[in-house]
Structures are given as structure tokens and as C-alpha cells.
Design a protein around this ligand. Structure first.
Ligand code: ATP
Length: 941
């Protein structure tokens, strides 16, 4: 980078998590930032909307880097402060500013936990402690001479204060004053420091060492060095009476920092119990040997600005209001300076506040600058957050022209340091001349303070340990509870997963059911189509019915009336012909007597013939039966003797077989046959052995003999084994055969029993036949007796008085019937007349109906409606008459099927003086069967 190159201020946003107050206030998060980092955009939604509306209404600010609640101190240092630090040790002047409303973490970011733990920083350490440690690490790694000084000032209520000043309370602290110095930035001020002491002896270039004026007092003041913030810099700003302290290591720097922090004005406000109402600037001056005898001078300003919140919300009043006003005045000016710089105005109002005067070089000057804007994520602070973000984005437009710092000659520097050393030595000599251990009051106070500080730290540590052990106890308890909760959650999860499995099963079943249901629905759809087809059929039938009805009404009723009249005429004719049945009854009586006589005679004749026939036929018939029975007995006897003969021959055969099996079966011939066979084999073997083994004849003979015996034995064994096996197989057969003999004996026994039984049955038959013969003879006698009784009864019939009496009764009833028929005829006549009237009115109605609704499907309903004088049923939505399908269900005929049968009440209407009246005696019910078009009607009583 060329020295004249412009460089924008680096701007970062750090958003902490919600603090306790915000959580208690249930203030929602309105700022969108990454959890750690990774973006350069931050958006805020001040409308209080949620979801997509929030995204639309939110405002987005772009900076160089955004850090979220999980970004730790090390990350902030590495990303923001370390690059500047690297430039700082190269010789650039650098400034890091933290800006934001109270309690957003400015001090946390800049200082953080500044305490040392075993000489090390904690994770909570902010930028200043980290820079101090990093600085010595970096310089020690290089082999250069260097000198480091620190100062710490506070701007409180537009008053500057040296936070490292240890002047006793009684004496007035030296007042710090800002003044400008006009110097040539490129010229070394070493010439103006001619009066400064010479460098200490032995300080040679190229030897790495720290230039230290006094090793006895730490840290040492350098009052001889011109007391300015940047007395050797080319900056135009100087602070008179400001003390700068040499430090030899990071720990000394930390101790200075701690001392300054103790002095810091801390005020309590409603918003932050230890709220800082002041601006502080911790400055590190580095004198680093560069080439030859010169040292490069650079400084690093670490600025913690006061809270930027507005006064009314902070609750600051009176003194606090003044403070807040001042603070805001400084910040207001800072804002204006930033705006002016961003807008590249000609006039920049640096001089309007001390803060801007002090930061003049860092804003739009030669310094490399970074601004960290700290914000709260909570809705209750959204206004301040927005204002901070506006500030930050504006600041991003400021361009600086960083330049490496000025030089100071080694001799000048050494002279300054030597002068300092001389002063301190004189102090020491003065104290040594007195008894005891003397030290300057300042050092004593410092030591006492340090002691107090250590005591306080020890107390704090003890308290911290107690607090931590209590916390530990609580945490252990919590852990136990958490474990229990986890266990119960695990069980719940298990249960839930079981439930899920069960639900999956259920879903599967449900799915199956749904499929079945959909099949059913399809079935229903098919059924619906079928029904619609049926409906169409019904509609056709309805039309046919209508036509038929018309035909019936027009034609049938007329013809019916006609036939009725004919019937009446016939009835009248019948009456004229007379209903005289006396003659008929006499004829009937005669006829009855004649038939009776005939039956009587015929019956006696039949009975006689029958008896004769029985008497003749029975002995012959019985003789036939006897003959047949005897032939059966003969056949059975011969069969029985044949059977016996066969059985005895079977028995004989069996005994033969048994004897054979016992005596001869496998007992003979075997030995002979085997001997023949063996001899033959032996002979053959012998012949062949003779021809082949002549010389070994004797030996062979012996051998053959032995073989013969062995073979004999073997064959015998084989034969006896075969016989034994055969006998073993024969035994069950033999047993079965023996048991069959028992069966034969049983057969014999049964046969004898059968012969005996059949003989007794035949005898019984004979006895029964004889009994039957005797019975038929007595039955014939009984029949003759009955016949004579029958003749007596026929005689009694003729002389009885009951029959003529009954006939008289019949005559009487006939006369009464005649009268009834006359009544009926006159009634029918009246009915015919009425029917004629009905016919006329139906004709009239049909004519009028045909005129008004010539093509209506509802002609019949309309007609009936007119007959009744009121609608039969309300019309359906399609304009068709609703029809009841099932109880409580009405549908129009184009939706569902027609009922199979419908009944209508028909009352002929008479108009009497313009009023319609139904004549009830002729009310009729018509039942229409839609399947079978013809209808039936019946009179309603
Ligand atoms: N990023 C963070 N992580 C953890 N704690 C934080 C963070 N930022 C702030 N805090 C805590 O919030 C509290 C207030 O922070 P701090 O004092 O730094 O705020 P401030 O902006 O300096 O306030 P004021 O302007 O009043 O001085 C402190 O307890 C601090 O530890």
C-alpha cells in the first residue's frame, strides 16, 4: 500500500445475546445476525412484525464484518484488532473505537476481563490486554531494540483526566490540556529534543534489549518526556501534563490498565448498574529501532466511548442529565464529524468537542482505524440499535490516509530516558540518607495500593470460589435432574416411537380401508349408474303409465260404466226371471234319495262280492305261501349241508398243509443238492488245479479239503439262515391260516344258528297265516253285520223330519236374498249415475290438464292435485315431484328411482257457489305399480 493511498475505516458490528433485563422484559429479538460471523450484513426489524412481513419491513445495514452472540473475544481480536496491531508494530498509528449504547458490550469488547490467571489472560480478555501480550510476544520474536510507554485518559463531562495519575487526594491533580502543535509531519522532532539526556552506555544497535530508564520502580514515570499524548508524533494534538509510563512486559501494562480502570468514573444508571458515563483512551506508544540510530514511533489508541443512549430512557437526571448531555454532545459532534467526513465536506467540526479533537487524527487522518459498533438484539433497544447502525454505516464511508509514524533518533531517545533515570536516582539518594527503607510517597502509595489490590483480589477470589462451589452444587443437582428428565424424555420418546409405529400400522390399515372404501365407492358408482338406468326405465314406465292412465281415464272408465250398466240390466232381467227354487229343491230331494238308494245297493253288492272272493281265495293263497316256505327251507338246508361239506374239506386241506409245513417244508433235499453242487465244483476245481498246479498237488489237495469244509460250513450256515428267515416269514402266514380255521368254525356256528333262526321264522309265518285266516273269517261276519246296520240307517233317512225342515229354511233365506238383490240393483243404479258424474268431471279435468300441460311429465300429479284441490307434495329442486324412497328421505325423480307403487287419493270436486268441495262417499285410492303399469283402485270407506 502506498503511503498516500486512501483506506476506509474498518467497521464491524458485534451483537451480544439478550441480557437478563431483556429476557425478563420478554423483549423479542429484532436483529438478524449470524450466530458467530460470516456475513457483512445486519438487518433490524423495528415494526414488531413477525415472519415474512418482518423480513420485508426490516432494514439491512452493510458493514465490513458482523459478529453474533457466539463470537468470542479472541475472534474479535483476531479479525478486527490484530490486522491493525500488525500495522502498529510496522510503524502505523492505529485506532480501535468501540461505539454503542450502554450495556451493549463496549467495555467488554475493549477491556473485558483484564485479570491474570497464573500470569495468563482469560478467555474473556478484551482487545487491550490481548494487544499488550501480543505486542511483547511479537517484539521479542524480532531482534530489535524497542521501548514502550502507556497512557490512559478519561474524557468525562468534557473534562480530561489522567487515569494513571497517582497524585495524593490532598494535592490538586494536574490538569490536562489539549493544544495543537504545528509541526512538519515528515521531519523528525529529534532536533527539538536536543536537551534530552544521552542514551545509556552500552546500548548498542543490533543488540536486542529493552530500553529501560529505571529498573527499580515499576512502572516508571517519564515526567521529563514532554507530557503529551503523542509528543513525538506528527499529530497536531498534544495533551499537556499527561503521564506516560514505560512498561517492560505485558503484565506491567495490565497493571497500569487495572490502575486506570479503578480510577474510572463509574456511574450507576437504571440501564446499567456499572454504567460508564465517560470516554476512555488507552494509548500504547512504541519506539522501535528501524535502521541505524533511529527509532520508528507509532501509537495505538484503544478507545472505549461512552454509551450512546438517549437521556430520557436512561433515566439520567440532574447531574446525570448533565453527564448524559455532555456525553451526547461529544457523540453528537462525533456523529457530525463522521457525517462531514463521509460527505467529504470542506469543514470538519473536530474542534466542537474534546472527543473529536482527540480523535481527529484517527478520523480522516493518517491513522488506520477500526470501529466496532456494539448492539443489543432486543426489541426494547431497537431505536438505539438502529441509530448505532446508522452511525456505523456512515463511518464506513470515512477514508483515511494511513502513514507510517515519525522517527526519533536514538541519542535523543536515550537522552530522554537518561534524564528520567537521573531524576529517579536523586530521589533514591534522598531517601537513602534517612534511616529505614525509604521510597517516594508515590511509590509507597502505589505499593500500598497494590497490596490492597492483591488483598481485594484474594477476597474476590475466595468469594468467587465460594460462589463457584455453590454454583457447582447447583449444577450437579441440575445435572441430576436433567439426567432424570433425559431418562423420562427417553422413555417418552420410546413410547412415542411405539405410538408412531402403532400409528403407522393404523395408517396402513386405514390405507387399506381407504382402498376398500374406494372400491366400495366405485361399486356404488356402478350401482348409481345402474340406478340411473333403472330410473330411466322407471321414467319410461312413468310415461307408459301416464299414457295408460289417460287411456284408462278416457276409455276404460267409459267401457267400465257401460259394462256396469249391462250388469245391472242383467241383474234386473234375472229378477224378472224370478228366483223360484222350490221346484229345484224338490228335484234335488228326489235326486238325493235316488242317489242314496243307488249307493246303498251298490255298496251291499260290492261287500258281498268281496267277502265271497276272500273266502274262496284265502286257502289257495295260504297253501301257496306254505309251499314257498317249504321250498325255502329245503334250499337253505341244502345250502347249509354244502357249506358244511366245503368247510370240512377246507379243514382237511388245512391239516394236510399244516403237517407238510411241520414235517417236510425245507427239511429234506437240501443237503443232497448242496453236496452234488459242491462235489461238482470240487471236481472242476480239482481238474483245473491238476492241470495248472501239478507240482503243488498235495498242498492244493489239502487246501481244497479245507476249502471244501469251509464252503460246506458256509453253505450250511447260509441254508439254515435262509430256512430260518423263510420260517420267520411263514410264521405269520401260518398263524393267519390257523386263525382262518377259527373263522371257518365260526362260519359253521353262524350257519347252524341261521338255519335254526330261519326255521323258527318260517314256523312263526305259518302261525301268523293261520291266525290271519281266522281273523278274516270273523271280519267277514262283522262286515255282514255292518251292512245290515247301514240298511237300517238308509231307512231312517227317508222317515226323518230334519231334512224337510232344512229345506224350508233354505227357502226362507232365498226370499231374503231376493230382497237384497233388489236393493243392490237400485244401489248400483245410483252408483252408476254417480260414476257418470265422475267420468264427466275426469274427462273435463283431463281436457283442461291437456290444455295447460300438454307435455308435462307431471300430468298425473297435476291432475290429481286438481282433483284434491291442493298439491300432493312439494316440488323438488328440479321442479319434479319429490318421491319418498325410504322413510324420511325425499329425492326428485331425476336423482333417484321412482317408488314401485304410489297411492293417490282421488276426490271428485264439486263446485258449490264457487267453492270447491270433495264428495267423500266417492273418494278412491289409486295404487300405481310402476313396474306393472296397470293400476288398481279401491274405494276408501
Ligand atoms: N458479547 C458479550 N458476551 C458476553 N457478555 C457480554 C457481551 N457483551 C456485553 N456483555 C456483558 O454485558 C454487560 C455490560 O457490558 P459492558 O459493561 O461492556 O457494556 P458497555 O456498553 O460498556 O456499557 P456502558 O456504556 O454502560 O459502559 C457486562 O456484564 C458484560 O460482561
Amino acid at each position: 500500500m502506498s503511503e498516500e493511498e486512501e483506506l476506509n475505516i474498518t467497521v464491524a458490528v458485534r451483537c451480544r445475546g439478550r441480557n437478563e433485563k431483556e429476557v425478563k422484559a420478554k423483549s423479542s429479538v429484532v436483529v438478524a445476525v449470524p450466530d458467530v460471523t460470516g456475513t457483512n450484513e445486519v438487518s433490524i426489524n423495528t415494526t414488531g412484525d413477525t415472519g415474512i412481513t418482518a423480513q420485508i419491513n426490516s432494514k439491512t445495514y452493510t458493514v465490513d464484518r458482523v459478529f453474533g452472540p457466539s463470537a468470542d473475544q479472541l475472534l474479535i481480536f483476531k479479525v478486527i484488532a490484530e490486522p491493525l496491531f500488525q500495522d502498529f508494530i510496522k510503524g502505523y498509528n492505529c485506532t480501535v473505537l468501540v461505539y454503542g449504547m450502554t450495556s451493549t458490550g463496549k467495555t467488554y469488547t475493549m477491556t473485558g476481563d483484564e485479570r491474570l490467571y497464573d500470569g495468563e489472560l482469560s478467555e474473556g480478555a478484551g482487545i487491550i490486554p490481548r494487544v499488550l501480550f501480543k505486542l511483547f510476544d511479537a517484539l521479542d520474536a524480532h531482534n530489535d531494540d524497542y521501548m514502550i510507554k502507556c497512557s490512559f485518559i478519561e474524557l468525562y463531562n468534557e473534562e480530561l483526566k489522567d487515569l494513571l495519575d497517582e497524585t495524593p487526594d490532598s494535592s490538586m491533580p494536574r490538569k490536562l490540556r489539549i493544544f495543537d502543535s504545528v509541526t512538519n509531519p515528515n521531519s523528525s522532532r529529534s532536533s527539538s529534543r536536543n536537551s534530552s539526556p544521552k542514551p545509556p552506555e552500552g546500548s548498542t544497535s543490533g543488540t536486542k534489549r529493552r530500553i529501560r530508564p529505571n529498573t527499580m520502580y515499576k512502572p516508571s514515570r517519564s515526567p521529563t518526556v514532554k507530557p503529551t499524548l503523542s509528543s513525538e508524533l506528527n499529530s497536531a494534538i498534544h495533551i499537556q501534563n499527561l503521564q506516560e509510563f514505560h512498561i517492560m512486559d505485558a503484565k506491567e501494562g495490565i497493571r497500569l490498565l487495572q490502575r486506570g480502570l479503578r480510577h474510572r468514573q463509574v456511574a450507576s444508571t437504571k440501564m446499567n448498574d456499572v454504567s460508564s458515563r465517560s470516554h476512555t483512551i488507552f494509548t500504547i506508544m512504541l519506539y522501535r529501532k528501524c535502521n541505524g540510530e533511529s527509532f520508528r514511533v507509532s501509537k495505538m489508541n484503544l478507545v472505549d466511548l461512552a454509551g450512546s443512549e438517549n437521556i430520557s430512557r436512561s433515566g439520567a437526571q440532574n447531574q446525570r442529565a448533565k453527564e448524559a448531555g455532555s456525553i451526547n454532545q461529544s457523540l453528537l459532534t462525533l456523529g457530525r464529524v463522521i457525517n462531514s467526513l463521509a460527505d467529504k465536506n470542506a469543514h470538519i467540526p473536530f474542534r466542537e468537542s474534546k472527543l473529536t479533537r482527540l480523535l481527529q487524527d484517527s478520523l480522516g487522518g493518517n491513522t488506520k482505524t477500526a470501529l466496532i459498533a456494539t448492539i443489543s438484539p432486543a426489541k426494547i433497544n431497537s431505536e438505539e440499535t438502529s441509530s448505532t447502525l446508522e452511525y456505523a454505516t456512515k463511518a464506513k464511508n470515512i477514508k483515511n490516509k494511513p502513514q507510517v509514524g515519525s522517527f526519533i533518533m536514538k541519542d535523543v531517545l536515550v537522552k530522554n530516558v537518561t534524564a528520567e533515570l537521573v531524576k529517579i536516582r536523586s530521589d533514591l539518594l534522598a531517601t537513602k540518607s534517612k534511616d529505614g527503607i525509604y521510597m517516594s510517597q508515590e511509590n509507597y502509595k502505589e505499593l500500598t495500593n497494590e497490596l490492597e489490590n492483591y488483598k481485594t483480589e484474594v477476597q474476590e477470589c475466595k468469594r468467587a470460589i465460594e460462589r463457584l462451589s455453590t454454583q457447582n452444587g447447583l449444577l450437579t443437582k441440575e445435572k441430576r435432574i436433567t439426567n432424570e428428565v433425559n431418562e423420562s424424555q427417553r422413555l417418552k420418546i420410546k413410547k412415542l416411537s411405539n405410538n408412531i409405529d402403532f400409528l403407522y400400522d393404523k395408517i396402513d390399515r386405514q390405507h387399506k380401508n381407504e382402498q376398500e372404501l374406494s372400491n366400495v365407492v366405485q361399486e356404488l358408482m356402478r350401482a348409481l349408474r345402474t340406478m340411473q338406468n333403472s330410473l330411466k326405465v322407471y321414467e319410461d314406465q312413468g310415461h307408459r303409465f301416464q299414457t295408460e292412465m289417460e287411456r284408462v281415464l278416457y276409455e276404460n272408465i267409459g267401457s267400465f260404466k257401460h259394462s256396469l250398466l249391462n250388469e245391472i240390466e242383467k241383474l234386473k232381467g234375472t229378477e224378472e226371471d224370478g228366483f223360484d227354487v222350490d221346484a229345484n229343491i224338490d228335484t234335488l230331494t228326489k235326486e238325493l234319495n235316488r242317489i242314496y238308494d243307488f249307493i246303498n245297493t251298490s255298496t251291499i253288492e260290492i261287500c258281498r262280492k268281496f267277502m265271497n272272493k276272500i273266502t274262496e281265495q284265502t286257502p289257495t293263497y295260504l297253501q301257496d305261501i306254505r309251499n314257498q316256505v317249504e321250498s325255502i327251507t329245503h334250499v337253505v338246508g341244502s345250502y347249509s349241508s354244502d357249506l358244511m361239506m366245503h368247510l370240512s374239506s377246507i379243514s382237511e386241506e388245512y391239516n394236510h398243509l399244516k403237517d407238510y409245513l411241520n414235517e417236510h417244508f425245507f427239511k429234506n433235499n437240501f443237503q443232497d443238492a448242496l453236496d452234488v453242487h459242491v462235489d461238482r465244483t470240487y471236481h472242476q476245481l480239482k481238474v483245473s488245479a491238476n492241470s495248472i498246479f501239478l507240482k503243488l498237488r498235495e498242498m492244493m489237495n489239502e487246501e481244497l479239503e479245507t476249502n471244501k469244509e469251509i464252503m460246506m460250513q458256509s453253505l450250511k450256515n447260509a441254508a439254515s439262515e435262509v430256512v430260518a428267515k423263510e420260517m420267520g416269514l411263514l410264521d405269520p402266514v401260518k398263524q393267519a391260516w390257523e386263525s382262518s380255521l377259527e373263522n371257518i368254525n365260526e362260519c359253521d356256528k353262524l350257519n347252524s344258528g341261521f338255519e335254526k333262526d330261519i326255521g323258527s321264522v318260517v314256523r312263526d309265518v305259518f302261525e301268523k297265516i293261520n291266525e290271519g285266516l281266522q281273523f278274516s273269517e270273523s271280519a267277514v261276519g262283522d262286515a255282514n253285520l255292518d251292512l245290515s246296520r247301514f240298511q237300517d240307517a238308509s231307512r231312517a233317512l227317508r222317515t226323518d223330519d230334519v231334512i224337510p225342515g232344512s229345506i224350508e229354511e233354505i227357502k226362507k233365506k232365498h226370499n231374503m236374498l231376493k230382497l237384497k238383490v233388489q236393493d243392490s240393483a237400485s244401489y248400483m243404479e245410483a252408483a252408476t249415475q254417480k260414476f257418470g258424474e265422475i267420468d264427466d268431471s275426469i274427462q273435463g279435468l283431463l281436457n283442461s290438464q291437456a290444455v295447460s300441460q300438454p307435455h308435462s311429465e307431471n300430468r298425473i300429479e297435476g291432475l290429481l292435485e286438481q282433483l284434491n284441490g291442493k298439491p300432493l307434495k312439494p316440488l323438488g329442486p328440479s321442479g319434479k315431484t319429490p318421491m319418498r324412497i325410504t322413510q324420511g328421505c325425499i329425492a326428485s325423480s331425476d336423482q333417484l328411482s321412482l317408488p314401485r307403487k304410489r297411492s293417490y287419493s282421488i276426490s271428485p270436486i264439486r263446485e258449490i257457489d264457487g267453492n270447491r268441495k270433495a264428495s267423500s262417499p266417492f273418494k278412491r285410492k289409486i295404487t300405481i305399480d310402476h313396474e306393472n303399469v296397470p293400476f288398481s283402485s279401491q274405494k276408501i270407506e
